[in-house]
Design a protein around this ligand. Sequence first.
Ligand code: ADP
Ligand code: MN
Ligand code: MN
Ligand code: MN
Ligand code: MN
Length: 352
Amino acid sequence: MTQLKLAEYIWLDGAKPTRGLRSKAKVLNLPSSAPVTLDHFPEWSFDGSSTAQSDGANSDLFLKPVNFVKDPLRGEGNFLVMCEVLNEDGSPHFSNSRASLRKVLDNGGAEQEAWIGYEQEYTLFKGGRPLEWPTSGYPGPQGPYYCGVGPKAVAGRPMIEAHTKACIDAGIAIYGINAEVMPAQWEFQIGYRGIEGEDAGLLNMADHLWFARWLLYRIGEEFGYHPSFDVKPVAGDWNGAGCHTNFSTKHTRAAGGIDAIQEAIELMSVKHAEHIAVYGEGLERRLTGLHETCSISEFKSGKSDRGASIRVPLQVASNGCGYFEDRRPGANCDPYLVAARILSTIIKYDDV
Ligand code: ADP
Ligand code: MN
Ligand code: MN
Ligand code: MN
Ligand code: MN
């Protein structure tokens, strides 16, 4: 038995400095009882001249499906399909950052069995201002908003709930959500959850973060709110928006793994500039040394220190193993590039 269903093909465009999400839907005759696999989604193409990915004369680029989840909005039997963009000859397009991560994994990275978790912060906007901010002036100073409850503390909760439910229904590895320090700012986490059999590897989790971002924009259409990933959406005494990246390898997770964590931190300390270069656009506006950040020109690590570049969570320090948190990536970072950079630094692979 088969049925006509929709597959939303999603890819990253060529926009600079921050890639945008693009998608279009294909009607497919999919099996209704047998399981759907990646092979059910054929390669497709699109007009790269309209996405900053090619010039008009030679504009066709390929979409190669590489991962998929359920489409929680169209419902049962429909899918969201992550695609890599390929050139005519099948090589990765310059915008294809997922291929960069694959390269590090293929050159010794995979042996680390790394797991990752991203804390995605973002800010809801409506009519050019953060949601429910007064039309002139500012809300009261930061303090009551982080993990707040009540109409004076948070804005946009119905959209956040809809997004969280959509992620769960899709099968995305969403870990949790919270209201953030600046009003109209929120966070969701994607990543390792300790659920048996779940793939917390770098490619899958970075794909899931892009799926979750796509759903946030898509659900934003329904509410009329724009989710901004700007790293400092409001200048002044307001927190910026980050994408803290939590990382572990089989060595950091094993008993006594704190030594492997220290070693990773030392390796990262001498590659600070290389990391900052791929951690998002506008980081100099966010990494000021204030608002729970470490200055962009400095590298610091510390146990449970929210003013550090790398934080070792208290629980990890006391267990003597686990993961570390890289607090530098900005909300608009490309999770493929962040994962590729951390892994290549740890395995001393320099051809990123
Ligand atoms: P914070 O205390 O910094 O706000 P959160 O609770 O928001 O932290 O997020 C914790 C993140 O750490 C999640 O994204 C989760 O997936 C990730 N994480 C937990 N354990 C591991 C691990 N062993 N390896 C990698 N990531 C992990
Ligand atoms: Mn968090
Ligand atoms: Mn946060
Ligand atoms: Mn924050
Ligand atoms: Mn954090």
